[in-house]
Design a protein around this ligand. Structure first.
Ligand code: ADP
Length: 190
């Protein structure tokens, strides 16, 4: 099993965001995580990716658990958070080089060039991120998420705020980059 979530509960102070949630995602699947705003989707994704601790329950990704295997596990996960936080004042290539440095990507230049090609940022690679449209910024976020070639991709609302053409493009892109990965993506578009 690629992602195994067992009896996850998350309580923020008084607010119970997740109540005993369990599910499994098999290797190679692309799975939609559907629910209205406030349902707890982002919270679940933050727990799977190790950004937040759960109050109760267990998460395993490729058989590894966040506690003792945290570093190894994070290497296997690519995460596109909601609202796609990017350094807008950086150039596309510069940002990806910075991210590659931080995550210890080998053969940096070759890998960045490969990823830029894959997500269709060839013409934009020397532009400032703040000058890009929302659809192209989303491509930068996806490039960042797959840079270290993770086996599992967690994408939080990857198409929210995009126009209909961009939605189709990003969905096709997710299908393409998800060919040899397990992908979990959330949406509130019911
Ligand atoms: P979704 O992603 O489905 O919109 P969230 O996981 O963002 O849902 O939120 C689930 C619930 O948890 C909501 O009621 C939200 O207000 C609450 N919540 C989320 N983050 C926090 C936080 N840091 N502190 C307190 N409550 C939070």
């Amino acid at each position: 099993m690629s992602i195994s979530v067992k009896n996850i509960t998350k309580i923020y102070g008084e607010q119970k965001a997740l109540n005993n949630v369990s599910f499994e995602i098999k290797e190679g699947e692309i799975v939609g995580f559907l629910g209205p705003n406030g349902a707890g989707k982002s919270t679940m994704m933050k727990i799977i990716t190790g950004y937040l601790p759960q109050s109760n329950g267990q998460v395993r990704v490729n058989g590894l658990e966040m506690g003792e295997d945290a570093l190894e596990l994070k290497k296997q996960i690519g995460y596109l958070p909601e609202h796609n936080p990017l350094y807008l004042e950086m150039y596309v290539w510069e940002f990806l080089e910075f991210a590659a440095e931080l995550t210890g990507v080998k053969n940096k230049k070759e890998r960045i060039a490969e990823v830029i090609q894959l997500v269709g940022l060839g013409k934009e690679q020397n532009k400032l991120i703040e000058s890009l449209s929302k659809g192209y910024r989303q491509r930068v976020g996806l490039a960042h998420a797959i840079l270290h070639d993770p086996k599992v991709l967690i994408l939080d609302e990857p198409t929210t705020g995009l126009d209909p053409n961009q939605i189709v493009e990003i969905r096709n892109l997710i299908r393409e980059i998800g060919k040899d990965k397990t992908v979990m993506l959330s949406t509130h578009i019911m």
